[in-house]
Design a protein around this ligand. Sequence first.
Ligand code: HPA
Length: 271
Amino acid sequence: MDFHKITEAKEYILNQCDEVPSIGLILGSGLGSLADEIENVNYIPYQDIPHFPESTVKGHKGRLAIGKLESKTVMAMQGRFHYYEGYDLKEVTFPVRVMQNMGIDKLIVTNAAGGIDLNFSVGGLMLITDHINFFGANPLRGKNDDRLGTRFPDMTYAYDPELREVAKQAANELDIGLYEGVYLGVPGPSYETPAEIKMARTIGASAVGMSTVPEVIAANHGNMNVLGISCITNMAAGIQDKRLTHKEVEEVTTRVRGEFQSLVRKVLASM
Ligand code: HPA
């Protein structure tokens, strides 16, 4: 990853907005509407930003939304880049590098995920305590750029314990149930088989999804503090005797996004 590309993207973005963001937000499938609540918002389409990955998906309307939410200046990604779309993990994590280069040191990542823990219900929110990387790849592979981070970054506190406390407190005050668990990141795009989900439960995963892990690795490499929240949009394959559909994922995120948005707003207010 060329450092000058990161810097050029950052400079382009900062030229478009009045204030330098201090918190990054990556909004997962169906959860992008939180960006519509940002005040004094500046939208920047990904295609306008130098060196941002080029969209391979038709009708993809990814953009940054920069402005104020709960009096914090945030830079939100309305839509992210997924590995299954064909981007490599350096491309998937490029926006995180741009955030890092801007001085953003707190990142909230969100996603839709399948529930593996049998105590979970569809529509619940899960605080990510840790992850398992099943991408079979790592965004840091290759020559290390010491300006971005150290060669062998520690991942012990990949999901910042203090931010996790803030989120639990916020959920408590709002009377929103918040599960906790380990997110298993898989490449997709096919959903898992029931056998894979059985294995995932055995190795300690509570939920599964096709994003987040690469961004969180890059963010930790860049010394950012990360908070992760999953929306449990379906029970993972084989738990219920029915097929998984993307339609169900979309329907559930639409249903839950009110709660999700209040939770993230409350977290931002206490950050
Ligand atoms: N598996 C993988 N990714 C997902 C799922 C799932 O069950 N639900 C939402 N994203």
